[in-house]
Design a protein around this ligand. Structure first.
Ligand code: FAD
Length: 534
């Protein structure tokens, strides 16, 4: 008897090949055994051996005629179904059917068998005692030498428990997934190769919002944490704050918590030698709203502070201007006084000299009085400063002026910008001076396109560069250096303009070890570039 294919033809050609070229180290008695079987055209193993194998198989085996009437079942079949050989022989396999299996399944099953093709699937069966069980069944057509199907061979096993366990695992998984998807945080589990093993829908959504980048890896990068180093040192994260600036929307803020743990590796490679693998559980919560509330409070406080600073600044500039204006004539009076003193050495009473001396003394006293009236500047504390954040604050403070002057702002911060060490008060003042200058320049010209383009970037040589471009009238080429001189203004000293804005800007930049330069843009307008060392 042969199964599906013509066993003899296949087997004899395989044996021939084997005997002619046996693999290296094949025992001689095996080669002799095959050679004898080939020569005598006998079976390799006896029919008795075949029978014993079938009898002792742990799989439920049945052999039927072409109408599925049972001709033989092995002991395992009896064990699974409860039917003894003598009570089931001659009956149709349908005796096992629970009748809940959809008709289409049987149709497909018989459709395959009719084409002499094997069929595999799962059916709901009923044991002799009426108990239902799931049978994982394979039916193989048995064909004779002429290729005609003469019998069917059925092989099945009870997979009720396996199926129940699979269902339980699936239920647990879907329960876990529902829980993960319903919590208002972004969760993911990463393996040692940074591969996401598990994540919730929110996490996947966040990844898409970040442009397809894995949020956990991206945030670790922003925080300056190296994945492999944290794994080796088992360094976790405890509510670390991180901000993300896409440039398209408001800055988003998150807190990240991460912890490493070990779990049994279930792959086949480690079946005998249990090995534990490292996993990182990363939980991200969005705190943008909370940060925005804090930010609003901070901005209100800062507006008040800035107004006070401006007042101090304006007073200092006005008084400095007055002292500067006074100093010139005073110097001339001092020069005239000393000249007269040299000439009138012999004369006892020189009334002009006395008047000049009096005027000089009065002038110096006035200068001293003005100096003493100069309000003290606040002591500037040095902190870690995020330039992007400072510019955003200044823009927010200038919003009303920008709107009322019809200026469109194009703000392009680089998403990841290292902080610098400096005074946030001074730097805020610096950016405010530059932005206010740009607004003034555009407001006073009759140019219809009013744009302020600001961008930040980190240049290759560890320098942060901030560029401010306006579409105003620009600065005459010969004055590009002069604009940084104290009390110099291309627009005269009208209103509260003292010509100290860029001079102060240069001083602040110099205090931070940076550089500032002004240049004209070919298409029109002015560009101020500020560079800081990181
Ligand atoms: P049936 O009237 O037997 O058949 C339903 C449909 O199947 C029919 O409409 C027809 O399209 C097709 N069909 C049935 N018999 C033939 C046939 N001889 N030739 C062509 N088409 C046919 N069923 C189980 O439920 N559990 C088992 O464990 C199981 N083991 C099997 C093992 C073997 C080796 C074989 C050959 C069949 C086995 N079957 C088994 C299928 C079984 O024989 C029945 O077809 C099935 O149980 C449906 O029974 P039924 O009385 O509901 O419908």
């Amino acid at each position: 008897m042969s199964v599906i294919e013509n066993k003899e033809t296949n087997l004899s050609s395989v044996l021939k090949q084997f005997v002619e070229a046996p693999p290296e180290n094949t025992p001689q008695e095996l080669i002799d055994h095959f050679a004898t079987a080939l020569k005598n055209n006998t079976d390799l193993v006896s029919p008795d051996l075949f029978y014993e194998v079938v009898e002792q198989s742990s799989i439920a085996i049945s052999i039927t005629d072409l109408k599925a009437h049972i001709l033989y079942v092995n002991p395992s079949f009896t064990k699974v179904t409860g039917y003894q050989l003598e009570e089931i022989i001659g009956r149709n396999e349908s005796v096992l059917s629970d009748k809940v299996t959809p008709a289409i399944v049987y149709k497909t099953l018989w459709g395959r068998l009719m084409q002499n093709k094997p069929w595999s699937g799962v059916l709901v069966n009923r044991k002799k005692d009426g108990t239902r069980y799931l049978a994982e069944l394979t039916i193989v057509p048995v064909v004779n030498k002429e290729g005609v199907c003469v019998n069917y061979l059925g092989l099945h096993r009870d997979v009720t428990d396996v199926n129940r366990l699979q269902n339980e695992i699936q239920n647990h998984e879907s329960l876990l997934r529902s829980v993960l998807d319903s919590v208002p945080v972004y969760i993911c589990l990463l393996d040692k190769d940074k591969k996401v093993i598990l994540s919730n829908d929110a996490y996947k959504g966040l990844g898409e919002e970040l442009g397809g980048i894995d949020p956990a890896i991206r945030f670790m990068e922003i925080m300056g944490m190296d994945f492999s180093t944290t794994m080796t040192s088992k360094t976790g994260l405890e509510k670390c704050e991180v901000s993300f600036d896409s440039g398209k929307e408001l800055t988003r803020w998150f807190t990240c918590t991460g912890s490493w743990f070990k779990e049994q590796d279930t792959s086949a490679d480690n079946f005998f030698e249990a090995r534990k693998e490292e996993y990182l559980l990363f939980v991200i919560s969005e705190i943008t709203e909370q940060k925005q509330r804090e930010e609003q409070m901070r901005m209100s406080a800062m507006r008040a502070l800035l107004a006070e600073e401006n007042l101090v600044q304006a007073s200092r500039e006005t008084l400095s201007g007055a002292i500067y204006q006074l100093q010139g004539p005073l110097n001339m009076v001092a020069a005239a006084t000393s000249m007269l003193e040299r000439r009138s050495k012999k004369k006892e009473n020189d009334s002009l000299l006395d008047v000049l001396k009096e005027a000089l003394a009065a002038g110096e006293e006035a200068v001293e009085t003005l100096r003493s009236c100069m309000p003290e500047q606040k002591v500037k504390e040095l902190t870690t400063v995020n330039i992007n954040q400072l510019i955003r604050e200044v823009l927010s403070i200038s919003t009303n002026r920008l709107l009322s002057t019809g200026i469109v702002v194009e703000w392009k911060p680089t998403p990841i910008l290292p902080s610098i060490h400096g005074s946030d008060i001074s730097l805020r003042q610096l950016f405010r001076n530059i932005i206010e200058n740009a607004i003034d320049a555009m407001d006073e010209s009759d140019i219809s396109t009013r744009e302020l383009r600001i961008n930040t970037r980190q240049t290759a040589n560890d320098v942060i560069e901030v560029s401010f471009e306006d579409t105003g009238p620009g600065i005459p080429e010969h004055l590009l250096i002069k604009v940084f001189e104290p009390f110099f203004s291309t627009r005269g000293h009208k209103g509260n303009r003292t010509g100290m804005g860029l001079a102060m800007a240069q001083q602040i930049v110099a205090e931070h070890g940076g550089t500032i330069l002004a240049e004209n843009i070919a298409e029109g307008g002015c560009r101020i570039i500020v560079r800081f060392r990181i």
